[in-house]
Design a protein around this ligand. Sequence first.
Ligand code: IPD
Ligand code: CA
Ligand code: CA
Ligand code: CA
Length: 269
Amino acid sequence: MNVTLREEIYELAKEWVLEAGKTIREKINDPLTINTKSDRNDLVTTMDRDTEYFFMTHIKKTYPDHFIISEEGYGDELQSLDGTVWIIDPIDGTMNFVHQKRNFAISVGIYHDGIGEIGLIYDVMAGKLYSAKRGEGAFINKTPLPLLSEQKSLYDSILGLNHFWLCENRLVEESAIQRLVKTVRGTRTFGSAALEFAYVAEGIIDGYMTMGLAPWDIAAGIVIVNETGGVTTDAFGAELSLLGKSSVLTCNPAIQEQIINDYMKKGRK
Ligand code: IPD
Ligand code: CA
Ligand code: CA
Ligand code: CA
C-alpha cells in the first residue's frame, strides 16, 4: 500500500474511531436495548449496531472500493483478503459494556492484500488509543510503546486466559492448561480480546490465549502486537486466517515456543 494513501486512511480511521468513542461515552448512561444472539450470554446492543453502521457508511462513502469484515452484519461477505479490507469490531467486550460500562474497545484493523497495515484499538472509557502502522511502531495515544523484553521467562509471565480452558473442551486436555496455570506467575481475564492484545503489546501481560476468536477480535491487535515485537498464531503455532474463527495465542516471542510445545501440543486432544 502506498505510504501517502496509508497515512490518509490512518488519519481518517483514527478520526472516526475517536468520534465513535465520543458518541459511546456521551450515551453511556442512556437506556440500552439488549438482545441475544447464539445464546443468552452472547449479547448485542443497539450501540454495537449503530457504531458499526457509522463506520460502514463513512468507509463506503469515502472509499467505495474498500471492503469490510465486521461482526454485526453491515460488512461484506468476503472469500479473500484481496484489496483493502477494514476488519471492524464496533464494540469488543459487549458484556463489559453492558455490565460494567467500561473495559470495552473499538477495534479496527486495515489490511491490504492480506497484509496488516493499520491497527487501532480504542479503550473508550479510559480514553486510550492503541495504534500502529506496519513498520512504524506502536503507540498509546502519542506515546511510543517500547519493544517487548527479550528476557521473559514463562515463570515470570502473566497470561490472559479465559476460564473455559479449564472446562471440558475439544482442543486440549484440561490438565495441560492446569499445568500451565501453575507454571506462570499469574493469570488474568479481561473480557475484551482487543484489549488483551493491546496489553500484550504494552507488555503489561506477556501473552493471551483463547479458544475461538473471529477476525474482528484480532485484526487490529495483530498489527499492534507485531509492532512491539510480539507474535500471533493459533494456540498450536499454526498461521492464522482472517477469514474464519480459530484459537489464538498472542505473546512475547520469548515464551511462545514453550507454551506451544510443552503445554498445547503435548495436551492436544
Ligand atoms: C468477545 C470478547 C471476549 C472474548 C469473546 C469475544 P464481543 O467479543 O472479545 O473477551 O472472550 O470470544 O467474542 O462479542 O464482546 O465483541
Ligand atoms: Ca459479540
Ligand atoms: Ca469481539
Ligand atoms: Ca463486538
